[in-house]
Design a protein around this ligand. Structure first.
Ligand code: PAF
Length: 279
């Protein structure tokens, strides 16, 4: 496995792969890799000739009061996991290379970036879409793999890839959960044992809501109310039920919806969601 540090070298390497007829599957990450990332990398390796993963903690998607400084960084362990899975190249630029002095270009996806996490983190998705565009320009992938845990991020990136004619297939992979249901996240490392226990109410409430929908409940207000009741022990940021593509809130469950929740446990903000298809 090779480690590439600059956009020019990354792009040259990717274009050389493409010239020999190889397909490239990429997995953009901020490192601190866990089993969720592993599932994306395995799929990228299985469905493409070469798999490339990026490791870059992107300052542009954190607000000044957020956890950019303390975000876990574990480069050696991340590279070992990527190599063991069969990733061919890791792209790990530094901040100055990505955003040199004078940097001033941003990519914005308008509607889908608003609401849900976009309401509490107004500049977050602009940072994500900007860095993902830069990563795509360097890694020149045929396919890119993202996790459903960040459901709004997936919807925003799909919209961006469509709107900007990027010609990249965006693949959304299912959430990977701990045995007790907690969605895997690099931020779970911040939780105290007591917070970790309380955090289980997110997945449990969402699963209960899925049971209610399976029994035929279609009223969004009632479903959201049931989720909120189950999350009484945490500081709720939002619970929303929205169309899975547009992320516009719906009053009645029809087609494919996403039921998403965000909550604070101490200073740690966790998100989780389920998708449900009404027959
Ligand atoms: O999901 C993440 O880890 C990040 O938001 C991403 C897509 C790598 C962009 O920095």
């Amino acid at each position: 496995m090779i480690i590439i540090r600059t956009p020019r070298e990354m792009r040259e390497w990717a274009l050389a792969q493409r010239q020999t007829g190889k397909t490239i599957g990429c997995v953009p990450t901020m490192g601190a890799l866990h089993e969720g990332h592993a599932s994306l990398m395995r799929e990228a390796v299985a469905k493409n000739d070469v798999g490339v993963a990026s490791l870059f903690v992107n300052p542009k998607q954190f607000a000044p009061h957020e956890d950019f400084g303390k975000y876990p960084r574990m480069f050696e362990a991340d590279c070992a996991m990527a190599e063991q899975i069969g990733i061919t190249a890791v792209y790990a630029p530094d901040v100055e290379t990505m955003y040199p002095d004078g940097y001033q270009t941003y990519v914005t996806v308008e509607e889908v970036s608003q609401g849900l996490c976009g309401a509490a983190r107004p500049h977050h998705f602009r940072g994500v879409t900007t860095v993902v565009t830069k990563l795509f320009n360097a890694m020149v992938p045929h396919r890119a793999y993202f996790g459903q845990k960040d459901a709004q991020q997936c919807a925003v990136i799909k919209r961006m890839a469509r709107d900007l004619d990027m010609g990249i297939e965006i693949v959304e992979m299912p959430i990977v959960r701990e045995a007790d249901g907690l969605a895997m996240s690099s931020r779970n490392a911040y939780l105290s044992p007591e917070e970790r226990q309380r955090a289980l109410c997110l997945s449990r409430s969402l699963f209960r809501a899925r049971d209610i929908m399976e029994l035929g409940e279609r009223n969004a207000r009632k479903i959201i109310h049931a989720v909120r009741e189950g999350m009484a022990d945490v500081d709720i940021d939002y619970v929303e039920l929205a169309d899975a593509d547009s992320l516009k809130p719906v009053e009645h469950v029809q087609g494919t919806i996403v039921l998403a929740a965000a909550a604070f446990l101490g200073k740690t903000r966790l998100i989780d969601n389920i998708k449900f298809e009404a027959k």
